[in-house]
Write a protein that binds this ligand. Structure first.
Ligand code: 1YM
Length: 665
């Protein structure tokens, strides 16, 4: 017998063999059960245990959950619910709690009858956490006795036993993730805090305490309870992004139909070109949206357009003399009624949508999209009925939102006109910007455009490039912060319009990726503060106006070296201080020969050959591909970084300083 089939104090029957095989399967292929054995999988262990406590809260028996990170990165989760049943399970002949922690469950719980609402690991359960823990201790308080059992990698030597008396009820679980399974066993307080806060918002009124006692000199913690549920969530999101709200109250709509519970909360702010949706199905964050989001968007479209139409009809009736014939009247109405596009209606919205349903189907590569088709008409019906009612009851708010939608549409129309005028103007020649040094090839599988700040760097890049497939566009003029500008200004900006023309796709609602002229768009800027500024501004622009470029992985950041380390003809380029030091010791050799170190302050200091060798040659360069995991999160980060409120930006930079280099956007 190997160590994984340890002898326990009861005989193995056919069921036990199944248990062992089940938990072995989890240990052999952990990724299949928790997604990965990196940090994300590690944190999922906590979510799974907490989800069981949240289910107990949803069932109405638990009001408080404690989550602790203890020294040694041990996790302790406890709740004040009923406690997992400890009685002997009729079929298995062991404690029901032991069954929960040792048998793989496909999803729904036994005994319950209801459906499992939350679910980090798609409901596979506590046994997976147990199988992937070096050890796990379970304590159940049943109002009389404390029941206890210890497991090692899912196995146990002793059955559940009583270790003391108690008058409270609840469940406590302590575990240490298995270091032979996980690459990373250090928990991130911030990651757990984000998740616990999200769950506290989604389960309004529930108290979740998070404490980190790993460093005894720096114990940190937070008590999270939001009576307002997702209304509080929207308020919090607005505050985080430093937004100025457009109307005082968060609009909250809710209803139940066909076993589907729908909740939506939203509020507009004064931002431009931003749209932030956060949606959840059974408390699981659906980062790619799905049928609940579509239902909501369609309902919002319909209701706002109904009100716009009524508003326009009213205006027309006031203006029109009574004499005109009926037929003409109708014609005029048709002409005057302007439909507002979904994008214009959603500009500057901040929304949270949460649905609960008997069984979720998730779609897409990352399973981040709700697929259930029956959800869309239910959300549509509830949101359109209730929003119509809300607008009737709150005419001032309705008026603010409808006016904002009309203005957003007007700005978009003006922007479109500006674009068309530019396109048509003869001065534009073939339509390509004058400073673009284009490449010869046309096949986007190979073509690249380098967008370069600064004329001298642009010059070196032009000489150093391979003109067959690499185009260079130097940037000049005054850069516009798109975060603070209406769409028509963006289209007319002298720095951005050459970028738009060179890429060929158009922007905003006109964006057409099939017209993209280059497969790779490389932003090449100095490795200093000004360079960082240019990079952020361009990324914000792409994110707000050409988002599919980022979503489909076309945008890259060039990585020019920071140092040149040389000894005679031997040359090394270093991209960090560590690399520089390593090359210095490599080249100085045993005899400590003199090594020359040059620090590049800007791209302009490199000659064309050096620039090609280090930064542009596909065989030798490294580039960062810009990706975006979560649009709502990216939207928030751009608002914080580029908006005009200083305080949220300072806070963001302080808490994220360590991560800023590899932000996921
Ligand atoms: C710290 C983690 O697991 N709490 C928890 C779990 C259960 C219950 C209560 C519970 C559920 C039910 C009845 C029911 C679970 N019970 C089961 C099972 N906290 C934590 N609190 N009585 C108690 O669903 O009917 C699985 S989880 F299957 F045994 F009922």
């Amino acid at each position: 017998m190997d160590e994984n089939t340890k002898v326990t104090d009861h005989e193995y029957g056919a069921d036990d063999i199944q248990v062992l095989e089940g938990l072995e399967a989890v240990r052999k292929r952990p990724g299949m059960y928790i997604g990965s054995t990196g940090p994300s999988g590690l944190h999922h262990l906590v979510y799974e245990i907490v989800d069981n406590a949240i289910d107990e809260a949803l069932a109405g028996y638990c009001t408080e959950i404690d989550v602790k990170i203890l020294p040694g990165d041990i996790i302790e989760v406890s709740d004040n619910g009923r406690g997992i049943p400890t009685g002997i399970h009729p079929k298995e002949g062991i404690s029901a709690a032991t069954v929960v922690y040792t048998i793989l469950h496909a999803g729904g719980k036994f005994g319950g009858g209801g459906y499992k609402v939350s679910g980090g690991l798609h409901g596979v359960g506590a046994s997976v956490v147990n199988a992937l823990s070096e050890w796990l201790e379970l304590e159940v308080y049943d109002g009389k006795e404390i029941h206890y059992q210890k497991f090692e990698r899912g196995h146990y030597d002793e059955q559940m036993k009583v270790i003391g008396k108690t008058d409270r009820t609840g469940t406590k679980v302590r575990f240490k993730p298995d270091g032979t399974i996980f690459h990373e066993t250090v928990f991130s307080y911030e990651t757990l805090l984000d998740r616990m806060r999200e769950q506290a918002f989604l389960n309004g009124g529930l108290l979740i305490n998070l404490t980190d006692t790993r460093d005894e000199n720096n114990v940190q913690g937070e008590s999270l309870r939001y009576e307002g549920g997702i209304i509080s969530y929207v308020e919090w999101l607005q505050k985080m992004r430093g937004a100025e709200v457009l109307h005082p109250d968060v609009i909250y709509l809710t209803g139940v139909q066909d076993d589907i519970t729908v909740e939506a909360a939203f509020q507009y702010n004064t931002d431009f070109n931003s749209e932030a949706f956060r949606s959840f199905a059974n408390n699981i964050h659906t980062i790619d949206g799905g049928t609940h989001e579509t239902g909501f968007k369609n309902a919002l479209n319909k209701v706002v357009n109904d009100f716009v139409k009524a508003y326009q009809e009213q205006q027309a009736a006031q203006k029109k003399p009574k004499k005109t014939t009926k037929k003409k009247d109708n014609e005029d109405e048709k002409k005057e009624f302007v439909r507002i596009s979904g994008e214009a209606i959603r500009e500057a919205i901040n929304a949270v949508i949460s649905v609960k349903l008997p069984e979720c189907e998730f779609e897409g590569q990352t399973k981040g999209k709700l697929g259930n088709p029956e959800v869309q008409p239910v959300v549509y019906k509830i949101v359109s009925d209730q929003l119509t009612y809300y607008f009737e009851e709150h005419p001032e708010t309705a008026n603010i939102i409808v006016t904002k939608a009309i203005n957003s549409q007007a700005a978009r129309d003006a922007a479109k006109k500006a674009m068309e005028a530019k396109r048509k103007s003869a001065a534009d020649g073939a339509g390509l910007p004058g400073k673009l040094a284009d490449c010869y090839e046309k096949d986007t599988a190979r073509t690249e455009i380098y967008i370069v700040e600064g004329d001298s760097a642009g010059g070196s890049a032009k000489q150093g490039r391979n003109s067959a497939f690499q185009a260079i566009l130097p940037l000049w003029g005054k850069m516009l912060n798109v975060e603070k500008s209406r769409a028509d200004k963006v289209y007319n900006n002298d720095k951005l319009s050459p970028v738009v023309k060179a890429l060929g796709t158009g922007i905003g609602e006109d964006f057409d990726i099939s017209k993209l002229r280059y497969g790779r768009i490389v932003v090449m800027a100095d490795a200093d503060v000004d360079g960082a500024h240019i990079r952020t501004l361009l990324l914000t622009f792409f994110f707000r106006f050409m988002r599919p470029l980022i979503e489909e992985g076309h945008v890259y950041l060039a990585q020019p070296p920071l140092f040149k380390v040389s000894r005679g003809k031997q040359v090394r380029y270093a991209f960090s201080d560590e690399e520089r030091d390593a090359y210095i010791s490599e080249l100085s050799g045993e005899k400590d020969a003199k090594v020359d170190v040059q620090r590049y302050k800007g791209l302009g200091e490199m000659d064309p050959d050096q620039l090609w060798e280090t930064t542009m040659d596909p065989e030798r360069r490294t580039m960062i591909r810009v990706s975006m995991e979560d649009a709502a999160k990216a939207d928030m980060i751009f608002s914080i970084l580029m908006g005009d409120k200083v305080e949220p930006r300072r806070e963001f930079i302080e808490t994220n300083a360590r991560f800023v280099e590899n932000l996921d956007i």
